[in-house]
Design a protein around this ligand. Structure first.
Ligand code: ARG
Ligand code: ZN
Length: 847
């Protein structure tokens, strides 16, 4: 029952106005809807009206006041054109729903006694009958009746009294942006004046007791609002902006118009309970959801195939924002690491799909790294190709032309083609073609001329056996043998399978710095000596290329250690020592250079190089490398740890966070050489969660830290977000020989509430992300995860389907492991009453 992009039809009826009344009760909530429909002039006349609706108990229906006898089917109801008035008409319906028994956290549900909603992508149909599709946009008025003290919905407040509140959202919106919250909540309040003089009331609503943890989110919100005015000329458009923190939430957060709902882990932070990475994630996600107000809400998607239209763009905007707030160099490196870890992995396996998919069974399965992160990369490439000024012109045109509309990728490409006066039809293939292109760079040096031959190739992906050449911007610079820049960055446009570029009259053979800034989401094959890599690591003017050179040095060595039992040579150790001790470099950058490629990344790169990765060998080699590095640099590591202390009160800003990141990276490395002495001192003296947690996990990673873990538990057992860390750390750093048993034991802990998505992920999701533990040869990791996926699927299909992606790499491994994984996936697939979500994911993984 897949849905195809090619089958899109405009809606037969548009909605002019929606009025909703909610009488809230845990098991018997009544929803009364009054919907003004009008035939869509752009659609073929005479079509039926189709309303979506699931798990609704229908009480009554009338059309223009006349009672109707309608019989819903399993997914909604259909009204024949012959039974409808000729022109516009008013539909009124009353339904009953049971938020308390909604464990899927989709639609209207309850979390700790509070009512809340999640309607993207198709949750609104579990609230009432409606054309639940993003190209139907309407103004909403909402009345909520409940004894709970705080009653919220979208838009501006339109009156309240004892036991009721009304809201009016004048901006037409699709149903997926509807939201309602009711609970015993407290607000942190602030104000923002927009550039066009609008006074906006800002509220962050949390449960009592959490109000001391909202200051950072509020600060991030105000900075986001100002940034969108200054950089994109986008101002906020209502008199109030509400954010609500919810403990049970499937995703990160949701951009409902004027009422953003967040997973509480992306709102609540204090220096004692949140790490620097938590603060950064809060800043990013607050900004992301706020930015959606323009890129998503005012301009939305015509259908769910266009999801990247709003998500890729909004991720790109949050990346720009974070770069401006912190460091562009560090942010770019972190984004590339995430892209490779999640999106390249997805693109290389059975779940590969284009940024704009062509079909789906369950759209929630397509909120992926490809749609989000690769989608953002496509926008970054567009900006590089047309230049910053034309990028700005294209965005101005996009906002001017499409405000209030539900749009497509074609609309998006068109504003760029017009603003840049350029044919972008080849570029558009990036949206349609799945898979990560492999770009090969071969150098030739003769007669003072450097010849670069660039080739591109994309391997087949499911449903796409043949691939066309893409337009790949390859940013290149040339560096002299002494490290001086010979040729500043140029963007070569590779648009054929093979192209040659020459650079003549060079004084000496340069070192080629290719794919600067990671100018395209490709795998670059470029053979370089370790000496050349060390030159780039030491001197490249492009921070990403510098980092990448160090990364390549490390993965070359780790590959050789895994495959041939080699040892890191003195050149590598010296290059790392130089990076560690170079005080002219940003500490956050040095922390990234110090981090070795992870085990899954190594499995991915070994597999790409034609080997069958052995998770145990990779784990052992990486551990050996850590010991060798730690022994070789012990003195320097210890000095850096002392030098990077951040005296004075804790600040989450980038400068101090970078110092702590380097300090903790050094401590984690040194723990392999000093028995954990330094890490224990940091743990004992820590006055913030970053150092407390960083030091504890440094000890765990070196096979230690049991006592600290017990102390951590005693101190934090009543703080659910910190307890998620306590669960996660023990699995993440478990000895692979015991990881499945440690995870299983934690699932029996009284605080393991598996119905809470954060808690479930912190044990089962983390085990799936522990390569040597999950892939333990006897299959115990696979079996445990499969058992829990089956269990969670019965309650919360969306969350379960998402975590099932831990199996997406099965085809990389040896036959025994493949067989074990396929057997577990088959066991899941054959489970009776499996959800559509899980059925699609497992079906695609098994091929
Ligand atoms: N639009 C939200 C965001 O990007 C994600 C919501 C996804 N929810 C879902 N059930 N698929 O922040
Ligand atoms: Zn988003």
């Amino acid at each position: 029952q897949p849905i195809y992009l090619a089958d899109y039809q405009p809606p037969a009826f548009l909605v002019e106005q929606v009025d909703l009344t909610f009488r809230l009760a845990p098991r018997t909530t009544r929803v009364i809807s009054r919907i003004r429909f009008a035939p869509n002039p752009a659609a073929m006349p005479g079509q039926p009206l189709r309303l979506d609706g699931e798990d609704l108990r229908l009480i009554s229906v009338s059309i223009d006041g006349v009672a109707q006898d309608v019989t819903p089917d399993a997914t909604g109801l259909t009204l024949d054109a012959a039974d409808l008035p000729d022109g516009p008409f008013t539909w009124q319906a009353e339904v009953e729903i049971a938020p308390e028994s909604n464990t899927a956290l989709d639609g209207l549900y309850m979390s700790n006694g509070m009512y809340c909603t999640q309607c993207e992508a198709e949750g609104f149909r579990k609230i009432t009958f409606y054309p639940d599709r993003p190209d139907v946009m309407a103004p909403f008025r909402v009345r909520i009746e409940s004894d709970l003290p705080v009653l919220l919905s979208n838009g501006n407040p339109a009156g309240a009294g004892k036991g009721w509140a009304e809201w009016n959202d004048p901006h037409p919106k699709p149903s997926y942006l509807f939201a309602l919250v009711a609970g015993d909540l407290v607000a942190t309040k602030d104000r923002f004046t927009t550039m066009d003089g609008r006074e906006v009331a800002l509220n962050i609503w949390v449960r009592k007791g959490d109000e001391g943890k909202t200051a950072y989110a509020m600060d991030a919100l105000k900075r986001s609002m100002l940034w969108d005015e200054q950089v994109y000329s986008r101002a906020y458009d209502l008199d109030i902006f509400n954010i609500v923190a919810v403990d049970d939430f499937n995703m990160g957060a949701m951009e409902n118009k004027g009422l953003n709902i967040f997973n509480s882990r992306y709102v609540l932070a204090s220096s004692a309970t949140a790490t620097d990475s938590d603060f950064a994630a809060i800043e990013r996600i607050i900004a992301h959801e706020y930015f959606h107000n323009w890129t998503g809400n005012r301009i939305t998607c015509r259908d769910w195939f266009q999801l990247s239209l709003k998500e890729g763009l909004t991720v790109f905007r949050d990346q720009q924002f974070m770069g401006d707030m912190r460091s562009h160099a560090v942010k770019r490196i972190e984004d590339v690491l995430t892209l490779r870890a999640r999106q390249f992995r997805e693109d290389a396996g059975p779940l590969a799909h284009p940024v704009r998919p062509e079909s789906y069974v369950e759209i929630n399965n397509f909120y992926t790294a490809t749609v989000y992160e690769k989608g953002a990369e496509l926008i970054r490439m567009l900006r590089l190709l047309v230049g910053e000024d034309r990028y700005a012109a294209a965005l101005d045109l996009y906002f001017a032309r499409h405000d209030g509309q539900a749009c497509t990728i074609e609309d998006w490409i068109a504003v760029f083609a017009e603003a840049a006066g350029r044919d972008l039809s080849q570029f558009k293939r990036w949206y349609e073609q799945a898979g990560t292109p492999q770009v090969t760079l071969v150098e030739d040096w003769a007669d003072q001329t450097l010849t670069l031959t660039l080739r591109q190739h994309t391997s087949p992906t499911p449903g796409q056996p043949l691939k066309e050449p893409l337009l790949v911007p390859v940013a290149i610079g040339l560096v002299g043998p002494d490290g001086a820049e010979l040729l500043p960055t140029q963007v070569l446009e590779l648009d054929s399978p093979e192209q040659v570029f020459t650079f003549a009259d060079l004084p000496a053979r340069p070192v080629v710095s290719a794919l600067r800034g990671f100018s395209a989401p490709v795998v670059l094959e470029h053979a370089q000596s370790s000496h050349e890599r060390a030159t780039l690591l030491g001197h490249d003017t492009d921070a990403f290329a510098r980092f990448e050179a160090g990364r390549n040095l490390a993965s070359d060595i780790l590959h050789a250690m895994v495959l041939e039992g080699a040892r890191p040579g003195p050149e590598y150790l010296e290059a790392m020592r130089l990076a560690l001790t170079d005080d002219t470099l940003d500490p956050a950058f040095r922390a990234l250079v110090l981090r070795l490629p992870g085990e899954d990344e190594l499995a991915q790169s070994l597999h790409a190089a034609g080997h069958t990765p052995d998770p145990d060998a990779i784990h052992a080699a990486r551990k050996r490398a850590l010991h060798i590095l730690a022994d070789a640099m012990a003195g320097d590591l210890s000095a850096v740890i002392d030098a990077m202390a951040t005296p004075g009160p804790y600040s989450p800003d980038a400068r101090d966070a970078g110092r702590r990141a380097l300090r903790l990276a050094a401590a984690a490395l040194l723990a392999h050489a000093d028995g954990g002495a330094k890490a224990r001192t940091i743990f004992a003296q820590a006055d913030n969660m970053t150092e407390q947690f960083g030091a504890w996990t440094a000890l765990l990673a070196s096979g230690d830290g049991a006592e600290e873990g017990a102390q951590f538990h005693r101190q934090w057992q009543d703080d659910r977000l910190v307890m998620d860390k306590w669960f996660a750390a023990q699995v993440m750093f478990a000895n692979p020989a015991h990881a499945p048993e440690i995870a299983a034991e934690l699932t029996r802990h009284p605080a393991f509430d598996w119905t809470n998505p954060n808690r479930f992920r912190s044990v089962i999701g983390v085990l799936g992300a522990h390569p040597a533990g999950f892939h333990r040869k006897d299959g115990a990791g696979y079996a445990l995860v499969a058992d829990w996926l089956i269990r969670l699927d019965g309650a919360n299909p969306q969350a379960a389907a998402r975590i099932s992606t831990v199996f997406e790499t099965w085809a990389r491994y040896d036959e025994t492991r493949q067989g074990l994984m396929r057997a577990e996936l088959t066991r899941v697939l054959e489970h009776p009453a499996l959800s559509r979500d899980m059925g699609e994911m497992v079906g695609r993984m098994l091929g």
